[in-house]
Structure formats: C-alpha cells, structure tokens
Write a protein that binds this ligand. Sequence first.
Ligand code: 13P
Length: 304
Amino acid sequence: MALVPMSRLLTHARQHAYAVGYFESWNMESMLGVIDAAEQMESPVIIGFNGGFIGHEDRIVTENIYYYAGLGRAVASHANVPVAFIFNEADNVPLLVKALKAGFNVIMHDHESCTFEESIEVNKYLVGIAHAQDAEVEAEIGLLPAVDMATNTMTAGENTDPDEAEDFVRQTDVDALAIAVGNVHMLEGQKKSSLYMDLVETLSKKVSVPLVLHGGTGVDEHDLKEAIKLGIAKVNVGTILRRTFIDALKGYYLSREVDTLDPNDVTSKGGEMDMLVFARRAITGEVIRMMNLFGSIKKASLFT
Ligand code: 13P
C-alpha cells in the first residue's frame, strides 16, 4: 500500500471499531521506528512531523520542509500498510500551504491564537487549497490544557462545544475534527486525563467528520478504549515517543563505555552497538503498545 487519504483511513477505522494512531516524529530514526511498528503489526498508521516545532521561530538551525516531506513520502510510498502523512499543528499559514506543495497529504492549523471566526476563515482557505490537490485538512474546536514539564504548570483549556463543532465543520468542510473532552497535551507520569464520555458521545453524533483525540500520551487507557468505541477515529501521540527515545539513549550511555567503542559501531553500522537502532527499536515497542490499545493491529489487511 502507499500513501492514502487520511479520511479513507479514518472511515475504515470507524467501520471496524478501532482508531488509527498518529505517531509524531522529529527525525529519521523516530519515523522509522513508527513505520517498523506498523509493518510488523500490519496496522494502518499516520506518520508526520509537528509543523509548530519545525517552523518555530526559536530554532537555531534553519529547516527545509522539503527534506522532511521527502522522507515521509518515501516511507509512505514504500510501506506495505496504508499510510497518511500529516504536517501537524502549525500556526504559520504560508508554511502549511508550503507543506502541501512539499508532499504532506494532511495539514492542521494551530488555532490557539485565533477567534472562532478567524479559525473558520483560515480553515476555509486551507481546505480550498488542500482539496484542489487531493490533500486534506484536520482542524480543532476547543482547546486542550497543556502541561509544561519544565515549570510544572498547566495552561487552561476549553472543552469543545458541540454546536460550535457542528457549525464549524459545516462552514469549513474540514476532513477531521480534533476535540477537547478532558484530554491534556504532554501529560506524562502516573496522573492520567479522564475523558468526558457524554461529550464524546454527543460530538460523535453531531459532527459529520471523524473525530480526533490529541494528547494520547496522558489519556487514561480505559477511557481511551471507551472513547474509541464511541467514535474517536484517530489518536495523536507525541511526548511519550520523545521520552522513550531519550530514555533509550540514556540507558545506552549508562550501560556502555562509549569512549572505548568504535564511532562507526555506535552511530552507523546498525548492529547491536548502534545507539540509533537502539532508540528506534524502543520507539517501535512503544508504538506497538499503543496500537494494541487503539485496536489497529492486523487491520491493514482489511483495507482495500
Ligand atoms: P502528547 O504529546 O500529549 O502525546 O500529544 C501529542 C499530540 O496531540 C500531537 O498533536
């Protein structure tokens, strides 16, 4: 299978009562760790990068979005499972348009600093451009609280209003809608976010496009499974993959005398001593664990 429209993946997920994971990457190893998991588990998957991070004004090296797009397109087109490829959560509209040109087949605007009306205008504009080139748009109504681990603080969120969500989708024609229903961005550790199931159920009846749950790292597992039964078709996972990568590298360094090893073995040859393979495999393990929760394992073969 190659690159497919995300809406096809999400419709299939609803028909077969599972959710497709979006497992966010930041470099080649992290993306390969994700696709390895999808191939091994025969699971549909959404790969991609965070547009807010890639386009962040504080970056100290200049990024070329075409490099990221080229990698994702190559991974998707050589995969044996169906794959969609998203440029996620960017507030820079010209960059989102560039992402479409570069080869992402889904984009998502970060609406945090917009009013409802502004978000409608931006998304109408993006949908017009995306649909003209067989690409798609995800949007969000409501706002997730977000944890800042460094300062141990959490920003305020706002639950999705069902009438607003219905109206927004009708006016913009977006292809998928992310909702705020108790989920929290970047929530690590023991404390888990509980979901408002009544709100998930109401939204899933009112909104005509597939629903997306961001903040997959911190959602209570039982609630996650229930929400998928009620209509969540896509779950976004980010922070836990970055943590897994960091922990794998930390473990690697703590258990080896790196200064005595051949740098070619440590970084390049892909064997047991390669720290990048070590981290890639750790990501694969975590993605498989999440795919199990989402119920997407072995679903690729049902995809026609
Ligand atoms: P987490 O980092 O909380 O898993 O959220 C990821 C996300 O929602 C990306 O859009």
